[in-house]
Structure formats: structure tokens, C-alpha cells
Design a protein around this ligand. Structure first.
Ligand SMILES: Cc1cc2nc3c(=O)[nH]c(=O)nc-3n(C[C@H](O)[C@H](O)[C@H](O)COP(=O)(O)OP(=O)(O)OC[C@H]3O[C@@H](n4cnc5c(N)ncnc54)[C@H](O)[C@@H]3O)c2cc1C
Length: 413
């Protein structure tokens, strides 16, 4: 494990900082970075788009993308360095990680030249916004169980079905959708991947109200929606290949999103400020013990991340340790928020950012934390990955292996 920048990495960090300091203000010590969730901040999307445009003009948008599409041909470790430096400035959060980190790279890997020319530059600049239409009511962790169908009709495909949990569908111009095109094949084999214009007739978007009060994701219904064959990404019935590219990039993107949310330092600060049975909470040995536990876990995640960073820095591909960081990190964030709410007593249930401790940050974290334990791989799925790929335990039994999709038993057959 290597904690230091190489001379090249240090030079890149300086270059990134040089540009950032000329174009944005540095966060004050202790100032928290604005997070991407919470659609009630009406101006957030516009500010995020504007910042993306400023970066794109200077060649600092999607820096790992090829320069041919407006990127910088940067390496993965340079991207980590860029994200670390950008998170130290008072700039809007990146609302576009799905498009930039997952869908753009999928078009680059599997799209036609015409698709790359048409879509990638506006995607990079966030002039056109994108959503990921993968999950369905009965297909989440087991994505290959998806049932939304696409049937060829002349030069078009006709799509019927329902997607769910589609982040940003309500403001997206385009989506990338996986559909069932051959139910007689085994489940991974009969899937085709498309780009769909979200303004197409037959698409109905219904926002889902979250516990926080905002609506970041949606249900999306498709009724006889026509998608031209020129929008197909990859070969007919070979869409699983593209879906895997998107999901692999999702893992990398999720493990790359430091800087948001409250940590053990914030819990420590809060413990010095709130009253606990007539004295500052920090004087209580149980409170101190809990904060020490959070510190130890945070350090464990940091050092696990350093293993990935060292691999990246040496030009290697990080292993499944990203799954460990996501699994432990999401649970830690939830535990920390619960602890902070408990310390605040009855005030812990208040949600007014103007009058709650640390601007209601722990309350917001508490409400977002269940979703974080699901998105990008649930706790159980990540445990399966760790069990099978890190610990070498036997693979889970797959009862539907080798069976045509249409013959897999469901609730209705
Ligand atoms: C904030 C947020 C944003 C999202 N954004 C998007 C988006 O933009 N686009 C999109 O397509 N999807 C999105 N999703 C959906 C997300 O990908 C799914 O929630 C996730 O894949 C889990 O699927 P599911 O919700 O259907 O749960 P299921 O897969 O039905 O799982 C239900 C429970 O069963 C457990 N389980 C399932 N399979 C196994 C197994 N083999 N072994 C052990 N336990 C198992 C799970 O861990 C879970 O506890 C988002 C979700 C969240 C929370």
C-alpha cells in the first residue's frame, strides 16, 4: 500500500488545484459540501449544469473520457485526485454520475459511431440529461429477470412494460433501457439494450415520494413506445453485455463519491455542543466509546480504499474491496446518523435546517441512509460478492440456470 502521490500525481494535483482555485471558492474549515440528493432545492440542477459547462469549456469535465469526446484522456487515479480536489471547493455536487460515469462509457464501449457523435458531447456538457432504466418491480438485484418487452415492427421496436426507481427520469432527455426481446432464450441471452428519447409518446413518468419529502426517483411506464432500431446499443439479444458494462462502471462510480455526508468528526463536534443528562454529551464515556468505534470503522474504510488507490496508481484493476467499502460505509453512515439523532434527544426528530444542530445534516443522512444500503448493490448482494470472490466460498445455487426465460416459474404461471 502506498499513501503518497507519485511525482506525476503530485504535479497533476497541483494543476487541478490551480484551475479550481481560479474558478471556485475553497470551502471554509468545517464547512460541509452540498450533497446531490434532495430535489426540493429547485436551483440545484441548474447550478450543477452551469458548473459542468464551465468545466467542459476548460477541459475539466469527465476527465477520463477520450479527448475526441471532450474529455482529457486522464487515468483512473487522476480522476480520483480530481474528485478529491474538487470536493474541497464550494461547487455544486455532481448530479450526473449516472450519465457521465455509467451510460456515456457504455455508449463508448458498445454504441455505433453515429450514436457516439450524436450523444456523447451534449452528455459530457450536461446540455442533455440521461437516466438509467434498468430496475423493474420484479427485477432489481436479479436484473436479468427483467420483463419490459421490445418487439420489432419495421425499422422500430415497440416497448411495453414498467421500470422503477429511475433516478432523474423527470428531468432527463434520454434514457438507456434494457428490454426482453427473446423470452425463449435463457434469461441473460434474450435482452436488448436501447437509447430512448424520454419525450417519446407512450412514456409516463410518476414521481415516487421519498421519506425525506423529495422525489429523486420515479416509476416509468412504457405503453407502445417506439424506439428506432438505430438507437439499439449492441446486437439484438446481446444487451446483457452492455448492461454489465454499465453495472461495472456503477461500482467504480459509487466508490468514487467521497466528500458528501457527515462523519465521525461531525459527531464529535455535536457531542461537544449538545446536552446529555445535564452535561455535554462528550463527557459521557458511552458517547466517547461510540465515537471511537466510528473513528476505527472510518479508518478501516479509508485504508481499504487506499488498497484500491494503490492498485489504480500502479495501473492495476482494483479487486472486490470496493464492495467492502460500500457495504461498511453505507451501514456506518446510517449508524452515525442514528447515534447523532439519539444524542439530540427530542430535537433529533426536528427537520428544520435553520434551527437544528449542524443544519439538520444528520436528520437528512438518517432519511437517505436506507436507500444508500440498496442502491448500487444491496448489503446482501455485496456480502455474496465478498463471500464468493474474496473468501472463495461456494457460489449461490441458481435454480433458473439453463431454463428458457418464459419457463421460469413466476407468481402467475
Ligand atoms: C437511491 C436509489 C436510486 C436508484 N436509482 C436507480 C436508477 O436510476 N435506475 C435503476 O434502474 N435503478 C435504480 N435504483 C434501484 C436499485 O438498483 C435497486 O434498488 C437494487 O438493485 C435492488 O433491487 P430491488 O430494490 O428490486 O430489491 P430486490 O433485488 O428485490 O431485493 C430485496 C431484498 O432481497 C435481498 N436479496 C435479493 N437477492 C438476493 C440474493 N441473491 N441473496 C441474498 N439476498 C438477496 C436484497 O438484498 C434485498 O434485501 C435505485 C435505488 C435507490 C435506493
Amino acid at each position: 500500500m502506498d499513501f503518497n502521490d507519485t511525482p506525476e500525481e503530485a504535479a497533476f494535483r497541483e494543476e487541478a488545484n490551480g484551475w479550481l482555485s481560479g474558478n471556485a471558492e475553497r470551502l471554509e474549515p468545517g464547512e460541509r459540501r452540498e450533497g446531490p440528493m434532495g430535489g426540493e432545492r429547485a436551483d440545484l440542477l441548474e447550478r450543477a449544469k452551469a458548473w459542468q459547462g464551465v468545466k467542459a469549456d476548460a477541459g475539466w469535465a469527465c476527465i477520463t473520457w477520450p479527448s475526441a469526446y471532450g474529455g482529457r484522456d486522464a487515468s483512473s487515479i487522476q480522476n480520483v485526485i480530481w474528485n478529491q480536489e474538487e470536493s474541497r471547493y464550494r461547487v455544486p455536487p455532481n448530479m450526473f454520475t449516472i450519465g457521465h460515469g455509467m451510460l456515456g462509457p457504455t455508449i463508448m464501449a458498445h454504441g455505433t459511431d453515429a450514436q457516439k457523435d450524436r450523444y456523447l458531447r451534449p452528455l459530457l456538457r450536461s446540455e442533455e440529461l440521461w437516466c438509467q432504466l434498468f430496475s423493474e418491480p420484479d427485477a432489481g438485484s436479479d436484473l436479468a429477470g427483467l420483463r419490459t418487452s421490445a418487439v420489432k415492427d419495421g425499422d422500430d421496436w415497440v416497448v411495453n412494460g414498467q421500470k422503477i426507481w429511475t433516478s432523474g427520469a423527470h428531468y432527463s432527455d434520454f434514457g438507456m433501457i434494457v428490454t426482453r426481446t427473446d423470452p425463449t432464450a435463457v434469461k441473460h441471452a434474450g435482452i436488448t439494450y436501447f437509447i430512448v428519447d424520454m419525450k417519446s409518446p407512450g412514456i409516463e413518468i410518476r414521481p415516487i415520494k421519498q421519506i425525506s419529502g423529495s422525489s429523486d426517483f420515479n416509476e416509468v411506464f412504457f405503453s407502445d413506445v417506439r424506439i428506432p432500431d438505430t438507437n439499439r446499443v449492441g446486437a439484438v439479444n446481446d444487451g446483457w453485455r452492455g448492461a454489465i458494462t454499465t453495472l461495472m462502471n456503477e461500482r467504480a462510480t459509487l466508490s468514487d463519491q467521497g466528500g458528501y455526508g457527515l462523519g465521525w468528526r461531525d459527531a464529535l463536534k455535536l457531542a461537544g455542543e449538545v446536552d446529555w443528562h445535564g452535561r455535554p454529551a462528550l463527557e459521557d464515556s458511552w458517547v466517547r466509546q461510540r465515537i471511537a468505534d466510528f473513528y476505527v470503522k472510518t479508518k478501516g474504510i479509508e485504508y481499504t480504499n487506499f488498497r484500491s488507490l494503490t492498485a489504480l496508481s500502479q495501473g492495476k484493476t482494483p479487486g472486490p474491496e470496493n464492495s467492502i467499502s460500500k457495504m461498511v460505509g453505507a451501514a456506518l453512515r446510517q449508524d452515525l446518523a442514528k447515534f447523532a439523532l439519539e444524542m439530540q434527544g427530542a430535537a433529533g426528530v426536528a427537520r428544520d435546517p435553520g434551527s437544528t444542530e449542524l443544519a439538520g445534516g444528520f436528520q437528512a443522512n438518517w432519511l437517505a441512509s436506507p436507500g444508500l444500503r440498496l442502491a448500487g448493490g444491496t448489503d446482501e448482494i455485496l456480502r455474496n460478492i465478498v463471500a464468493e470472490r474474496v473468501l472463495g466460498l461456494p457460489a449461490e445455487a441458481r435454480a433458473d440456470k439453463g431454463i428458457a426465460f418464459k419457463d421460469i416459474p413466476t407468481r402467475s404461471n
